[in-house]
Ligand binder design. Structure first.
Ligand code: SME
Length: 151
């Protein structure tokens, strides 16, 4: 599937009759399956009133990092910065939480609901520097759609 087909599938899924959790799971599964360099795809959300992220749905190897304090790792930094974070090579990052030696790069895009950063989509790849503007655009689209589900 190319990006526009993926966007179409995601829109159909978002508008379907499934639970939010099921929709998020299918988005993770679809992205991981369709984009060969997406080796782990997951959603983290703010954990209630706590200044931490909690892992929600994901596709790929289970991770022990199910709770990430704000400020820690790439995910925790995005929780505070409200900015996309593309890491072409994780070895060049000091504030990085490793989810396994195979992971070489990462992209994290925040999800906003009513202007508030409430979570993010996080993708790990086993290759160095795979992410382009197309990934950013596709994942921003996904985050906007997910935001609509959470309104
Ligand atoms: N690498 C992330 C931790 C989460 S895992 O990639 C699933 C980080 O540095 O925040």
């Amino acid at each position: 599937m190319n990006n526009s087909q993926l966007k179409e599938s995601i829109t159909t899924l978002i508008n379907s009759d499934n639970t939010v959790s099921k929709k998020l799971q299918v988005i993770c599964d679809l992205l991981k399956q369709e984009i060969e360099y997406y080796d782990w795809v997951g959603f983290y959300f703010k954990n209630g009133d706590k200044l931490e992220l909690k892992l929600a749905e994901f596709a790929g190897e289970p991770t022990e990092h199910t709770i990430i304090p704000f400020g820690k790792g790439i995910c925790g930094q995005v929780a505070l910065s409200n900015q996309n974070f593309i890491v072409p090579d994780v070895e060049a990052q000091d504030n990085y939480i490793s989810c396994g030696f195979k992971v070489k790069s990462e992209i994290v895009i925040p999800i906003f609901v009513n202007g508030k950063n409430i979570g993010q989509i996080d993708i790990d790849s086993h290759i160095v520097n795979p992410f382009t503007k197309n990934d950013k655009l596709l994942l921003e689209f996904v985050c906007k759609k997910v935001s609509g589900l959470l309104l």
